[in-house]
Design a binder for this molecule. Structure first.
Ligand SMILES: C[C@H](N)CC(=O)CC(=O)O
Length: 279
């Protein structure tokens, strides 16, 4: 369970969004205590903008690592530095960091994505390939020579509608196919966050949650913190997984335990039928 602490959100999204290195570290510590095993963070300038600045990255990573022992990943999103050449230079400058991030997400549909991924791999930073619905990211990833070398695929469902997000997720997973054999972390956002997290549980896939993806708990109440979201998510994901295993166990011959790959294949086969699940 990855926690995505802040994303592109700002103070306008609520007082609970961690924006300074110290606030991110505090929120990370609480989230890890609640069950998070991995972090995704957007380092911010003092005025709250996403940045790829090595100075800010160093301060942010140092503060977080002083509080938690789990891997820490950062964004390389093009919104932080829209010029692909400048973005690449910024990312290359991370080679001078005392301790670079453990991993970094690269949005595969963005201009210059493969150059950024190659630079990260060269400096030993593991790459999470961000493949978004509604983009040509999946097609680009399937054709990419770098794909077999990524750490994992982030299957990112940007469909914010609770009623359609699971369908969008299944379509994305179908496009990704075997994902070059790389592990897949599936997540949604806004109104799609909880339905997609449940689907990830049913399919036996890793997932993430945090104030980047949603400001609300499954019952619609405002989330007070990343830790609160993580605690809920661990329960929701685990329950969805157990229900799927029980259902599959009932139809598996001789009680054979179905694997995550079996669940995923079954879901993809059935995806042309209307989704009648409560989500
Ligand atoms: C769709 C996600 N909000 C984008 C994301 O989480 C990846 C990144 O930071 O680059």
């Amino acid at each position: 369970m990855q926690v995505c602490l802040n994303g592109t959100r700002s103070a306008a999204d609520g007082a609970g969004i961690p924006l300074s290195p110290e606030a991110m570290a505090e929120s990370a510590a609480e989230a890890v205590a609640a069950g998070a095993t991995d972090l995704h963070v957007h380092p911010k300038t003092p005025c709250g903008r996403d940045t790829l600045s090595p100075r800010v990255l160093a301060r942010t990573l140092e503060a977080i690592r002083a509080r938690v022992p789990v891997p820490v990943g950062v964004t390389t999103g093009a919104w932080a530095e829209p010029d692909p050449a400048v973005r690449l230079e910024r990312v290359r400058s991370w080679a001078g960091l005392p301790e670079p991030p453990d991993h970094a997400s690269v949005n595969w549909h963005e201009p210059g994505a493969e150059d950024v991924a190659a630079a990260l791999m060269e400096m030993g930073v593991r790459v999470e390939a961000g493949v978004w619905t509604g983009t040509d990211g999946a097609a680009r990833f399937s054709a990419s020579a770098l794909a077999p070398g990524v750490f994992r695929v982030l299957a990112e469902v940007t469909d914010p509608e609770p009623a359609s997000a699971q369908r969008s997720a299944l379509a994305l997973l179908s496009e990704l196919g075997s994902a070059h054999g790389r592990p897949v972390l599936l997540h949604g956002e806004e109104g799609g966050a909880w339905p997609v997290l449940r689907l990830a549980g049913r399919l036996g896939l890793a997932t993430r949650v945090g104030l980047e993806d949603t400001l609300f708990l499954p019952d619609g109440r405002a989330a007070g913190s990343n830790a609160q979201l993580v605690a809920e998510a661990v329960g929701v994901h685990g329950r969805a997984r157990r229900v799927a295993q029980d259902q599959s166990g009932r139809i598996a011959p001789h009680g054979a335990r179905p694997t995550a790959a079996d669940s995923r294949r079954r879901a993809l086969r059935g995806r042309r039928r209307p989704d009648r699940s409560s989500g």
